[in-house]
Design a protein around this ligand. Structure first.
Ligand SMILES: NC(=O)c1ccc[n+]([C@@H]2O[C@H](COP(=O)([O-])OP(=O)(O)OC[C@H]3O[C@@H](n4cnc5c(N)ncnc54)[C@H](OP(=O)(O)O)[C@@H]3O)[C@@H](O)[C@H]2O)c1
Length: 491
């Protein structure tokens, strides 16, 4: 059930029986993009070959072939059945022998046109149970995907809907969950194959909703704790991986950060997976967003002169610090701590002169982006669209801490995650309920990533973090990490 590399990666050849249809072709494209070798199965082998060739054209580097149903089932290590219910029994009978010893993922919904909006389950209870009875115990049938619209899947982006996975064989269910999570779906093992009835019945309910409410593209969502948290509770922590994204260019104003990161991820052999966090140094954002300032062009004021006199810092830098701050909190020789206009407390209002480069002359400094949360959200959107998986993005900077020596990687921009992990209500080792346990998980991830993101000459401005447990949230923002002034005990 983990989103990390697992048994699902061992599955390379996948046959999709009915792969030229709406659901099958959308699955084929996603699975091929995730690196699997795909066999499109059709009643007409030539049609399958033509279809596979067309699909390959749209997916550079993909391995997609086409053939008859039996030939594909024989080739594959795992098969997915995506044919109409009317063809379910007949197709399974045809490929039964080739499926022996394999897993069959059955996506069939027992719809009986024209009344597709009415639940009409077969006498056996569900199509999946019928299929298992037909195939016998030598095939491990796993029911899945009945509630995911082919259109959404084909769009290639993160899918707003969950997948219920029912199977009698827990190992097969875990393998299928992992496979689906790798193509950007959130999958839950919901118990025995008999429970497939619920997913199969739900499709007619979703069809009704889509008809009545003008095609809202209804899907199913399991609410409660975040899936990543549930997975780690279910499987135990599988550890956290931190991968530096090496070889990125030196950034300049106007560069496409998302494009460079996408290429960098691929060049480093990193295929983003659902739940991964991309951590990027603030400097990279600031450079591409044109936040560099040349000190000689800054207009001067009496307030800036006063701050420069107290700190010994250049007056132009003092001016910029003031322009980025709402409050000067502490000043002494060569040090100024301010409350940044976004609320974060930082030395020099976060303005930095290291690693800026001298394109604009030696007197160049970098301000934080105008809206770091918005910058993180834009990058997340672009990377998700590119890779078709659900990600979080953190913009990090090294900040000092009151009361402790040394800087720490800190989240100043966040997208796709709640930066706080609320553990209240959970129990400790001794069964006592945790009362006040809000974990600044975005800061923890930023700090962990800063172990590989270079501060000095390393030139690694970004990292991919895998396996961190956090709560996905569309409205997550680093601003939520700033303690409200009225709760500040030290002023
Ligand atoms: N579409 C969705 O959004 C969706 C979502 C979840 C689940 N499902 C389920 O997934 C299955 C496939 O749905 P789909 O919408 O992809 O179906 P589809 O496009 O209508 O058909 C899929 C393929 O099934 C093959 N087929 C085999 N025997 C057939 C027969 N007797 N009549 C018609 N086609 C036959 C056809 O391929 P060849 O002609 O190449 O043999 C066809 O391309 C269904 O059981 C459906 O309930 C669909």
């Amino acid at each position: 059930m983990s989103t990390g590399p697992g048994a699902e990666q061992l599955v390379s050849r996948i046959a999709i029986l009915g792969g030229a249809g709406a659901l099958g072709s959308a699955l084929a494209a996603r699975l091929a993009r995730a690196g699997h070798e795909i066999w499109i199965g059709s009643r007409d082998p030539q049609r399958a070959r033509d279809f596979a060739a067309a699909l390959s054209n749209d997916q550079p580097g993909a391995r997609i072939h086409g053939d008859g149903l039996l030939a594909c089932a024989s080739q594959a290590e795992i098969c997915i059945l995506t044919v109409p219910y009317a063809a379910h029994a007949e197709t399974l009978a045809l490929v039964k022998d080739a499926l022996a010893g394999k897993i069959l993922i059955d996506a069939t919904v027992p719809l009986k046109p024209p009344k597709v909006g009415t639940v009409q389950l077969p006498a056996a209870g569900s199509a999946a149970v019928e299929g298992q009875a037909l195939l016998g115990p030598q095939v491990r049938v796993v029911s899945a995907l009945q509630n995911i619209g082919a259109e959404k899947l084909a769009a290639g982006q993160a899918v707003d809907g969950d997948v219920l996975v029912a199977a009698d064989d827990a190992e097969a269910a875990a393998l299928v969950c992992g496979l689906l999570e790798r193509i950007g779906l959130r999958a839950w093992h919901v118990g025995p194959l008999a429970n497939s009835a619920a997913a199969e019945a739900m499709t007619s309910v979703l069809i009704q909703i889509n008809r009545r409410y003008k095609r809202v593209q209804a899907g199913l969502r399991i609410t409660g704790k975040a899936k990543a948290e549930a997975d780690s509770a279910h499987a135990g922590s599988s550890g956290v991986e931190i991968h530096p994204i090496r070889g990125l260019p030196l950034f300049a104003a106007g560069d496409n950060l998302a494009d460079a990161l996408a290429r960098g991820l691929i060049a480093n052999g990193l295929a983003p997976e659902d739940g991964d966090v991309v951590v990027v140094a603030q400097k990279a954002f600031s450079k591409v967003e044109g936040r560099a300032r040349t000190l000689s062009t800054v207009s001067l004021s009496p307030e800036g002169r006063d701050l420069a006199r107290k700190t010994g810092k250049p007056q132009a830098l003092s001016e910029l610090i003031l322009s980025e701050s709402v409050e000067v909190m502490r000043v002494r020789e060569n040090l100024v701590i301010t409350r940044h206009r976004l609320g974060h407390v930082a030395a020099n209002a976060g303005i930095d002169a290291s690693n800026v480069g001298d394109q604009n002359g030696p007197e160049t400094v970098l301000l934080w982006p105008a809206d770091p949360d918005a910058s993180a959200a834009a990058l997340r959107g672009a990377l998700q669209a590119r890779f078709g998986v659900r990600l979080a993005v953190i913009m990090s900077d090294s900040l000092g801490r009151a009361w402790r020596t040394g800087t720490l990687g800190t989240a100043i921009g966040v997208a796709g995650m709640n930066p706080i992990r609320d553990r209240r209500g959970e129990v400790d080792l001794f069964g006592r309920e945790l009362k006040v346990t809000l974990v600044a998980v975005a800061d923890e991830i930023a700090a962990a990533a800063s172990l590989v993101i270079g501060e000095a000459a390393e030139g690694v401005p970004a990292a991919l973090v895998r396996g961190a447990v956090y709560q996905p949230a569309e409205d997550g923002a680093a601003l939520h990490l700033v303690r409200p002034l009225e709760q500040d005990l030290f002023r």
